[in-house]
Design a protein around this ligand. Structure first.
Ligand code: IDP
Ligand code: MG
Length: 140
């Protein structure tokens, strides 16, 4: 197994309900290490740019509004196969389809307000990490 890094975002629905610690415990208990973390209020421009791949999807405007509706916690997670490992810990996009014990099953409010973002490939992880962090802010 290869050691990887992936980008995670704790979304506004979760920060609003004070769930940062409970979500971080899921990562740590399942072998991922939080090697960078900061709490931010995203601007509309930043959120729009981050989710640019979804620009043509009908929910794009609402997704951007949701992502700026409160603070987020952006973080870099490190571990064996971290990209796939994190997707497993997160659970399916729609909490109704997420497996028991996953973050989205336990905490998500809806398909949109689903508590966490996680990179979906190693290449996207690299781009998403550099969107938020410089190399010196990541300490493994
Ligand atoms: P992912 O977060 O599981 O990778 P994506 O398909 O990349 O899911 O969608 C990005 C985000 O857009 C989701 O996490 C969710 O917040 C939102 N989203 C996805 N599908 C829908 C939808 O059908 N309605 C509203 N929001 C959606
Ligand atoms: Mg995605």
């Amino acid at each position: 197994m290869a050691k990887e890094r992936t980008l995670s975002i704790i979304k506004p629905d979760a920060t609003r309900r004070n769930l940062t610690g409970k979500i971080n415990a899921k990562f740590e208990e399942q072998g991922l290490r939080i090697v960078a973390q900061k709490r931010l209020q995203l601007s509309e421009v930043q959120a729009g740019k981050f989710y640019e791949v979804h620009k043509e999807r009908p929910f794009y405007g609402e997704l951007v509004s949701f992502m700026i509706s409160g603070p987020v916690v952006v973080q870099v997670l490190e571990g064996d196969d971290a990209v796939a490992a994190n997707r497993k810990i997160m659970g399916a996009t729609n909490p109704a389809n997420a497996e028991a014990g996953t973050i989205r099953k336990e905490f998500a409010e809806s398909i949109e307000a689903n508590s966490v973002h996680g990179s979906d490939s190693l290449e996207n992880a690299k781009n998403e990490i550099s969107f938020f962090f410089s190399e010196t802010e990541i300490v493994g």
